[in-house]
Design a protein around this ligand. Sequence first.
Ligand SMILES: [Zn+2]
Length: 342
Amino acid sequence: MSAGTGGTMRCVAATDGRVELVTRARPTLATNRSDAVAHETVLVRPTIALLSPFEREVARGVGAEAGGGRVIGTSCVGIVEDATHAGGLIARGTRVVVQPVFACGRCERCRGGLAMHCAMRTILGFDDAAGALSELIAVPAAACTPVNKELDDERAVFAVVLARALEAVRRGGVDKTTFASVLGDDVLAVLATLVAVEENQFARLVATSEATLRVGEQFGIRHRALAETGRRGDQELVIDTTGSAETIAAASRMVRPRGHVVVAGISARAPIAVDLSQIALDEIEIHGSGFGPLGGAIERLTRRAIDPSPLISRRIALADAAKGMAMLGEAGVFTVLVQVTR
Ligand SMILES: [Zn+2]
């Protein structure tokens, strides 16, 4: 493997919005967890990790308690390097995608089917758990899902964001009669539209950028510029993937009375001001949507029911992650794939 010599490795940390390559001590199984939650922990060597708007917002400070030095990266595919303490759950050498929400599996929420909301959860590359832009990560064995040969690394790395898209559509309750729009210009918006279309072929992507509309064209999904959508208020569901005052307001205008808005954008912006009067008068229902289980995403990627390849905008080396983060600001850049190790 190409990790640093001795006890160190390279990883990408964000400090007060600045992203840089740093050297850290390699994680060990013995020192991984300091809290009371016992995990069967493994060491995974990420091969490819994803830079998406989520990573950018984490670098900008969402989820941070203290200022700095957080290793970022929430989505990766990699190889299990050390399964000594895996309790037989997974074998060394297995290629896996990692569920970024680490759940205890024992608390009331976990036992009640709400593992994504585990009372003791930590999220890879978001809060306590050092992220995937790293030559080695320590993760619970239960967070690792093996992927088979049919699913290559470049597609597998989209499992986490596709799972978020599936969750957003599930929270919105799209069925074959639902008039649904997904509002946004990011990878999550495009994927959520593709998932919604599985249920209702008329589900559409509403975007502001030409590049997003072109990708909608490429995927063969209905797409519309936000400026061209009417203010009729005729949608039953609008999924917003941005999380800004403007997009929430636009989503609220697009839904019919008693319609549903799913807030799926995770953003480091300051708390936003939203006109709640319209939401009250029109009796609009607002739902939040976060992470989701990976199974449905891996299954769709494996049989290529959803192929995210057109959303791969750049490929870079780990050492260029800061440049990759800047690329996310360019028009038409949806994701940047980072080759972490080979
Ligand atoms: Zn739990």
